[in-house]
Design a protein around this ligand. Structure first.
Ligand code: AMP
Length: 222
């Protein structure tokens, strides 16, 4: 059977495909764990490792905190952007892994005078996936905003007049440039964190701690 229950002998790690999966592999290797299946070529959502006691769940990035919070995974890796939106309830966050680093920023159409709009107290329409972070940011600046929740392709919103601005994660800035958008304000730096289910930390400490230590050592090296 290919289902899994997080019993006492098994450790379940939740990861998302792409950058976080790729950047977590060397950390797992440092803990002596090799993932023996490739999520890009396999359609499997539960991957085996060389350690029969460790398996990896492939979930959407925004779902990682939920799997760990409810104990369906013992630990996981998620971006600070995702964790802030989730709220971090039921999660222990012991380590900043310094992977998938980027920043959360405000961007607008190249022709839009953001500074003046803010100074004049204009009410801004802001499209974003990160509504909690955006709400907090603009509230702290005293800027009135109407938030428009989107699930992807935020860059499109100002181009078609859906919003005046977006709040999104930016890495190289290439996506913004390609869509004639300009980054006008950095809200915060983002990196991915290891999150651990609070009950698992107590009940499976013996199994988890050496892995957490290896992650800590490997992530502070670079
Ligand atoms: P870039 O063009 O390099 O600035 O990358 C920006 C695009 O990639 C945006 O659409 C982001 O949603 C996505 N992106 C970049 N870095 C990350 C990251 N660390 N985590 C999640 N999404 C990212």
């Amino acid at each position: 059977m290919n289902t899994t229950e997080s019993d006492g002998s098994q450790l379940i790690l939740a990861l998302s495909k792409g950058r976080i999966f790729d950047d977590t592999l060397p950390l797992l290797e440092a803990a002596g764990i090799t993932v023996t299946e490739n999520p890009e070529t396999s359609r499997k959502l539960i991957l085996n490792t060389n350690d029969p006691g460790v398996r990896v769940l492939i979930v959407r990035a925004t779902d990682v905190p939920t799997y760990v919070q409810h104990g369906a995974a013992d630990f996981g890796v998620a971006g600070k952007d995702v964790l802030l939106e989730h709220g971090g309830e039921g999660l222990y966050q012991p380590i900043d892994l310094h992977i998938a680093e980027c920043r959360m920023s405000v961007a607008v159409n190249a022709g839009f005078d953001y500074e003046t709009a803010v100074r004049q107290g204009a009410r801004l329409r802001v499209a974003t996936k990160f509504v909690n972070t955006a709400r907090q940011h603009f509230a702290s600046k005293g800027v009135h905003v109407d938030l428009i929740k989107l699930y992807g392709s935020m860059e499109l919103a100002p181009l078609v007049g859906l919003s005046d601005a977006i709040v999104d994660v930016v890495s190289t800035g290439g996506t913004l440039r390609a869509n004639n958008l300009v980054e006008v304000e950095k809200i915060m730096d983002i990196s991915s964190r290891l999150v651990v289910n609070q009950a698992a930390l107590k009940l499976k400490r013996e199994r988890l701690q050496p892995i957490l230590d290896a992650f800590q050592r490997a992530s502070s090296k670079g």
